[in-house]
Design a protein around this ligand. Structure first.
Ligand code: ADP
Ligand code: MG
Length: 679
């Protein structure tokens, strides 16, 4: 019957933790009660009788302690109560106190018969979640508590000890309750401190085993998984670096290139996450890495989440490499027929050196002669499983993998989501960038803003105007965009001014044409729904206007803002909103005005939305915790992670006797994982 909540076994019931506790540690004398509070009273029940009045029936009883009398009343379950409640016996009574004729009354109090052979349990009482269906069969919050109480009684009677699952040394080092005590205490804590300790220990457990999985995989790979060795820094790299690189790399870019080079030479397969805010210059790092692969006779691929982004990477990289004997191809869903066959052939024969594309790259028909490096841009849109698909594109070793993300991820999250990857961070913007100025205005300032746009256009600059996608209604989103277009056109009529418009309903080639017109500076204004959200690079654009900014999430706003501020000129981000905003929307817009720091923004975002809504986290399943709150339990996460690292350092294969249980945990995970130990 408890399958209603996914509770099938006793163990399920024991590990379905209370979601809150009621403090029943004190007993209040009746003359000290005050109305509208929850209170616990101890007294003798007397005078229990059924009352019929005005066509209604209820059960009324009185409780006496040495200080006064309290009325108790029930409107339901009268028959059962009459049979079970015992007059002249002592009860512990709990419920919400209300005024009643100069005295107090509690309706439907919780009654515990005081049995003098049994210890009286005060302290915190657990409250479990329940459903209507369960309530109907008597398993309301209280019924569920009684079930758990019974189970613990049995456990105690039979002398059952719930076995420890952490190494003894860990329990000692962390000063934890043992597992048996922690599980008991989380249901029936004697006080707040014991509850805290139980929660701490059980949260640690959750994080510990997740980290064990991630880090074991990482350590295992590092020890076992051989990778291609790119020893040479050769012609292509030098030709590009010394003769073509149009700027000096930033310190952070140099550092990351070094980190990648070290991986390439290590003889182990690289699995690295490259984090860097929008505009920090990840593309060049990607390109330099690909050239290292090419210099050693390997191919490289770059996978982007959208067609537009793939095209853009393709154009930029082709430009950078123009004139060098390197064949770069673009492979997306819309490349078909003969062209597609040619590319596939070229990949198999090694004639194509670099291929850039979308998901199309992981299709089984795409085979490489010697794939040495796979780069994934904007990882949050791809799942772990897709990452794993790329592994299979090369033999005898998997290719080196570089995952790039422009969404700064708070450290706590990246330790979990990417806990099995090495991390490089570009934490420095190219020199000469002026931070984007961000302002937030309500709709009625639009006229003023259009005049500002005019001055910018007259200085030769370009402008984005972005409309939100509306999940409930694509039609409405398009309507907003088109109405906006008419309005903007009234300010900026042709032929003096040219406006591009891009939206999700357009054919890819039309989108591409419009993007190209904007890029080449033929159009002054680019109006769109969020298709330009990621990656588009037009350094001459200096103004980003975001309509209905309150409808965007923080990380989206930050991404959009990253589209400007890429050239030397001062750039602006203008957030337009209505007047009536939710508290959260206000915080989002204020945060945008306060800071340009992607990591700070990511932290605020995480706090506002919780981890479940951060893109890419849900499908990962890595954040489905029972107790852990990844936003607040940073400290425990850190401790769990270093404990795991310490164990794996001493005993990477988990061969020691005290790690036997960890070993079998890992083995059970390997069996369940569709791609085994390697992904
Ligand atoms: P990201 O992909 O990290 O958002 P990009 O690689 O698109 O950033 O780079 C943003 C812009 O900065 C590009 O126009 C690029 O040419 C330029 N850029 C990158 N690195 C440097 C650098 N070290 N110095 C000057 N400009 C740079
Ligand atoms: Mg990019």
């Amino acid at each position: 019957m408890q399958s209603e909540l996914g509770l099938h076994t006793v163990w399920d019931v024991l590990t379905d933790f209370p979601y809150r506790y009621i403090d029943r540690s004190s007993i209040v004398p009746i003359h000290r009660l005050y109305p509208e509070s929850h209170a616990q009273v101890r007294g003798v029940l007397f005078d229990l009788e059924e009352v019929h009045r005005n066509g209604r029936t209820w059960l009324e009883g009185y409780l006496r302690d040495s200080t006064g009398i309290l009325r108790l009343v029930w409107f339901q379950g009268i028959k059962w109560l009459k049979r079970n409640l015992m007059v002249r016996r002592e009860y512990l009574v709990f419920g919400k106190v209300q005024r009643w004729r100069g005295g107090y009354s509690i309706a439907h109090p919780e009654m515990t018969l005081l049995d003098h052979n049994k210890e009286l349990r005060l302290g915190l009482y657990p409250v479990y979640s329940t459903t209507e269906k369960l309530t109907r069969v008597g398993l309301d919050a209280r019924g569920r508590r009684i079930v758990v109480e019974r189970i613990w009684e049995l456990i105690q009677q039979r002398g059952i000890i719930i076995p420890e699952n952490l190494p003894t040394s860990t329990v000692q080092r962390q000063h934890f309750l043992d597992r048996h005590s922690a599980l008991r205490a989380i249901h029936f804590p004697s006080d707040a401190e014991e509850l805290r300790r139980a929660q701490e220990r059980l949260k640690f457990e959750e994080l510990f085993f997740l980290q064990l999985q991630l880090l074991y995989r990482k350590v295992y790979r590092k020890r076992k998984m051989e990778g291609y060795v790119f020893e040479r820094v050769g012609e292509y790299f030098h030709a590009f670096y010394q003769e073509r690189l149009p700027f000096e790399l930033t310190g952070a870019q140099k550092r990351v290139v070094k980190e990648i080079r070290r991986d390439f030479k290590s003889g182990k397969q690289m699995n690295r996450l490259l984090q860097g805010d929008v505009g920090s210059g990840k593309t060049i790092v990607a390109l330099l890495s690909m050239l290292m692969a090419l210099d050693n006779g390997y191919q490289a691929c770059l996978m982007a989440p959208t067609e537009i982004l793939a095209q853009q990477h393709f154009h930029r990289i082709s430009q950078y490499l123009y004139g060098l004997p390197i064949r770069v191809e673009l492979l997306t869903g819309s490349v078909r027929g003969k062209k597609r066959d040619e590319i596939l052939q070229g990949l198999r024969s090694s004639d194509v050196h670099i291929v850039i594309g979308t998901h199309a790259l992981i299709e089984p028909s795409v085979e490489f002669a010697r794939l040495g490096l796979a780069i994934i841009d904007e990882q949050h849109r791809f799942g772990v499983a897709q990452r794993a698909q790329l592994w299979k594109k090369s033999t005898p070793h998997p290719p080196h993998i570089l995952v790039m993300t422009a969404t700064p991820i708070p450290r706590t999250l990246s330790m979990t989501l990417y806990g099995d990857l090495d991390v490089s961070i570009i934490d420095e913007l190219p020199p000469g960038r002026k931070p984007v100025k961000t302002i937030w205005k309500t709709d009625n300032f639009r006229g003023q803003i259009m005049e500002f746009v005019r001055t910018q256009i007259h200085q030769g600059r370009q402008v984005y105007i972005v409309y939100p996608l509306i999940e409930e209604s694509e039609k409405l989103a398009l309507q907003n965009l088109f109405e906006g277009y008419e309005r903007v056109r009234a300010y900026f009529p042709p032929p003096t001014y040219q406006i591009s418009i891009v939206h999700g309903r357009m054919k890819p080639e039309d989108k591409e044409r419009e993007m190209a017109r904007f890029k080449e500076g033929i159009t002054h204004i680019m109006m769109s729904t969020t298709v330009i959200e990621v990656g588009v690079d037009v350094p001459n654009a200096t103004v980003m206007i975001i309509e209905n900014a309150e409808r965007f999430g923080l990380s989206q706003l930050h991404q959009l803002r990253g589209r400007v501020g890429r050239g030397a000129a001062q750039s602006y981000c203008i957030l337009l909103s209505g007047h009536q905003l939710s508290e959260d929307a206000r915080t989002r817009l204020q945060t945008m005005c306060r800071t340009n720091d992607g990591f700070e923004i990511a932290e605020v975002d995480l706090k506002l939305r919780g981890p479940g809504d951060i893109e890419g986290t849900r499908q990962s399943g890595l954040l489905d915790f029972k107790l852990v709150d990844i936003v607040h339990d940073t400290n425990i996460l850190q401790r769990a992670r270093s404990e795991v690292l310490r164990i794996l350092q001493q005993d990477p294969e988990l061969q020691k006797e005290e790690h036997r249980i960890l070993r079998s945990f890992i083995e059970s995970k390997v069996l369940r994982s569709p791609w085994g130990m390697i992904s």
